[in-house]
Design a protein around this ligand. Structure first.
Ligand code: 4AD
Ligand code: MG
Length: 461
């Protein structure tokens, strides 16, 4: 079968003009005008799909125009240009093969469904305009990220998914085990030592520690992969499985780190402007009014900067309106983060130099002895989309921190030794891929930014 992708026709319309083509796809809707019928067909390679025109002389005309949404077809016909119509071209069918006709139980009908309903039918939701747009932008963002880092001389590295290094120190992790803990007998004798790896291991909540080892060899590296956290937060921006991009740079301090973060975010957005204009228009119209304007502002303005201490001073003025009252030393809650970027700065803002006690052990101690060289990038509507820091590169200071955080130095021996064998100032960050996608598409729930979202008590297929 010599099927042509609809995107190829879209990109090379002149080449296919008046030619016979074979296309395939799934029916969005049909219309019967007696002498003619129309099928709105989409094969998933484009946002808009194509209109197929069927003359009533076609032998299966009556069947085709009655097809339900979701039915699959292979169409042979001629591509004709229709510049005077709503759609710039269409296919006049000479033969239609019905691969599979859906019945009335097909869940995705033409009317607009709620996102909650579509979540229940996640396996089919890519066939709606909304999810077609979201997953297409997701694809473009992924490509943009590789393209950005490759262009900046970063090397793509793969860090392990099964790990024994619990980097975020006490962050909630999923254990990996072959012990059957549902079997009471097994539980009596189960130990880490007689488990599969002979020790406690987890699904990785970050690839950072390993990325640091790569960076102290290849200078600039990035990971891009799935990460897992078992935190029991049922919010619109937490998923138990999410994708993270973790760049790591040797010879780079926190300032340089933030330069790369801002450049990367702007690059991704510009890439989506260039490659997904139809999707952005749709999302602007139906998901977040003003989305395109918002993104244009992001790429053409500098991000804001403030220290944690400055942020606290500003937030305190609004303390009466916060559920969690603000004072120096607290971990910023979502309401504080959003107030900062949505009300005070009205754009993405870097908050830097957090108190040592509320950040991870590996972050570099500042000279004040109270704060660390960390930064979070907060985005309006989402909150934190990036967490990053300059890493503690001094052996003695790091060892002291490990003790202070009640971690065992022997669990971090190779990480400590990195500080003996060619240590250098280095920094990195983690970009939440699903969160940047939410920001760029206007989607307000992370469950709609992923194909198969995993959240507490929710793991459908
Ligand atoms: O701030 P986090 O925890 O940073 C780290 O994991 C560092 N090791 C990164 C680094 O420096 N290499 O997570 C980084 C980002 C967050 O800013 C957020 O965007 C995203 O990962 N993230 C989540 N996204 C979805 N669901 C969750 N449960 C997330 N937890 C973090
Ligand atoms: Mg963080």
């Amino acid at each position: 079968m010599n099927k042509i992708d609809l995107v190829t026709i879209q990109n090379k319309t002149e080449e296919y003009k008046d030619k016979e083509v074979v296309i395939g796809g799934w029916v969005r809707s049909t219309r019967d005008n007696k002498s003619f019928g129309f099928v709105d067909l989409n094969d998933g390679t484009t946002f808009k799909g194509i209109q197929v025109v069927i003359n009533n002389t076609l032998d299966n005309f009556a069947q085709v125009v009655k097809l339900n949404a979701g039915s699959s077809l292979i169409v042979e016909g001629k591509l004709v240009l229709t510049p005077e119509n709503k759609q710039p071209y269409e296919v006049i069918a000479s033969k239609i093969e019905i691969c599979s006709a859906t019945d009335e139980t097909y869940p995705i009908q033409k009317k607009r469904h709620t996102v909650e309903f579509l979540r229940e039918n996640a396996y089919l939701r890519g066939r709606t305009n909304l999810f077609n747009a979201v997953f297409r932008v997701r694809n473009a963002c992924a490509f943009a990220i590789h393209s950005f880092f490759q262009g900046e001389n970063f090397m793509y590295v793969n860090t392990p998914i099964i790990t024994s290094a619990d980097c975020e120190g006490g962050s909630d992790v999923f254990r990996v085990t072959t012990h059957n803990f549902y079997d009471k007998k097994v539980m009596e004798t189960a130990t880490p030592e007689n488990d599969f790896f002979g020790k406690n291991v987890f699904l990785s909540p970050t690839g950072q520690l390993e990325a640091e080892a790569f960076a102290l060899t290849f200078s600039k590296v990035y990971t891009f992969g799935p990460t897992f956290r078992s935190e029991n937060s049922n919010t619109a921006r937490h998923a138990s499985e999410f994708w993270m991009i973790e760049p790591e740079m040797a010879f780079c301090d926190l300032k340089g780190d933030m330069v790369i973060m801002e450049k990367m975010i702007k690059y991704i957005i510009n890439y989506v402007f260039d490659h997904c204009p139809q999707e952005l228009e749709f999302l602007d119209q139906f998901v977040e009014k003003g989305l395109i304007e918002k993104l244009k502002n992001v790429v053409s303005n500098d991000f804001a900067h403030c220290t944690y201490t400055e942020a606290i001073e500003q937030l305190k003025k609004n303390n009466d309106n916060f559920e969690f009252k603000v004072e120096w030393g607290i971990d910023l809650q979502s309401e504080h983060e959003r107030y900062l970027c949505e009300t005070i700065y009205k754009k993405p803002v870097f908050v830097t130099d957090y108190p040592v006690d509320i950040k991870a052990f590996y972050m570099r101690m500042n000279d004040d002895g109270k704060t660390v060289a960390a930064c979070d990038l907060l985005a309006p509507g989402i909150g934190e989309i990036i967490g990053g820091s300059q890493r503690e590169e001094r052996y003695d200071v790091l060892l002291e921190k490990i003790h202070k955080f009640n971690l065992k130095p022997e669990d971090y021996s190779w990480y400590l030794d990195l500080r003996k064998y060619g240590s250098v100032v280095h920094s990195g960050f983690g970009l939440g891929f699903d969160r940047i996608l939410m920001y760029i598409t206007g989607i307000s729930n992370i469950r709609d930014a992923q194909f198969c979202p995993r959240t507490p008590k929710n793991c459908i297929f």
